[in-house]
Design a protein around this ligand. Structure first.
Ligand SMILES: [Zn+2]
Length: 61
C-alpha cells in the first residue's frame, strides 16, 4: 500500500470498480481511484483530468 489511501472496491457488471470515497466516482483501476481520492481530499474538488477517466457514476437517490 503506497500512501495508505484506501479506495473502495465494488463490483459493477461483473467488473471490479474502484471508487473514490469522497466524490463517489468509480474507476477501472485502483491507481486512478487513489489519485482521485488524493486530489479530492487535498483540494476538496475533483480534477477533470482524473474524472474524465471515471467508468462509474453513482446514481443519486
Ligand atoms: Zn474523487
Amino acid at each position: 500500500m503506497d500512501g495508505g489511501t484506501l479506495v473502495k472496491k465494488i463490483r459493477k457488471d461483473g467488473k471490479d470498480v474502484y471508487t473514490c470515497e469522497l466524490c463517489g466516482l468509480g474507476y477501472s483501476d485502483e491507481e486512478t481511484a487513489q489519485a482521485c481520492q488524493r486530489h479530492c481530499s487535498t483540494h476538496n474538488a475533483c480534477s477533470l483530468e482524473i474524472t474524465r477517466k471515471a467508468v462509474y457514476f453513482p446514481e443519486p437517490d
